[in-house]
Design a protein around this ligand. Sequence first.
Ligand SMILES: [Zn+2]
Length: 343
Amino acid sequence: MSNHLKRLGDIFGSFVSKDFKRKRLQDESVTDGKPDEYSPVKLKEFKNKNEEIEENEFMSVDCFVKRVATFTDFCWCRDIPQLSPLEIARHGWASTRDDFMVTCDSCNQHLSLAIPDQDSGIRDSCINTAVGRLFSAHGEFCPWATTSSPAHLARIEVPDLEVVGRTAANIAQHQERLPYLKSCHVEKWQEVLKKISKDNLKDIDDERVKNSACILALCGWRPGSLEDTLTDVYAVRRIGLWNFVSIQDEDDILETQRVAEELGHSLEKDRCILPEGKEYLDPVTEHVSWHPLLQNLESGTPAQQYIIDQLCKGPSATCLIDKLGRKDSIRAIFKVRDIVEQW
Ligand SMILES: [Zn+2]
């Protein structure tokens, strides 16, 4: 156990003094408004910085998405919901792309979010400590030390079907090169598909292309910046279409099966006739494990099912989203996709 405690100390030790300072700041300055021991200059700097950030960063979906976009390393797919890149970014941190090190643009502090394995016996306590660090590891005068972006930014959003329609039209440009989606991935979206305006897709003849494009858009995919790629809304997960069985491939597979049957051969499993190196795309599980679509709601409902249920409710669902003020945030997330790509 002493080794474990030492490792814990190594991971978090350097932040103990900052913790103490922040606590003092909270106790004596921020919370009670009596920053006597701080010079007016410092206080002014703090206030200016705070107001500036409050206006621009805390509420900014653009800035949030940019921070999330730094968590490209698969090491973050470690299934610790409290320390998912979405939660970390919500507290002002961005990945340095150096293991589990994150940094804050406002105060330039660094924080290690390395967590020991389950067999260490201290994993849970380390997670709790690290969650506290999301606030406390910020610098003394950093506004992120006391505030974070709204929690709903890290949760699943019900997509706007207008935006989905436009995104689907862009995805559909790939035509039969789009992934062929198995019926199990299409059927659950059938009712939602009926609600998407096909105006943007009227030039597409193949229903499978339309459905694939719409479901991919509903599942948060959009065209990537590189040719023949798709990416999630954070530009973290990028997939090449060439890695998946396409609609064209599926036609070829069916044709092969048909000919084989005519010749009296039996092809037992489709696996043996899949194009080499390709597999069928699952539009949900292909996301990084911390993607909101792969999470469960507090009620235990899978996020995907929640979205389907909400969208199937029709206009009333849209009204609810408007009421909650969430519609704009997902719309904004889609709007910033080009900014993120250029960033
Ligand atoms: Zn900070």
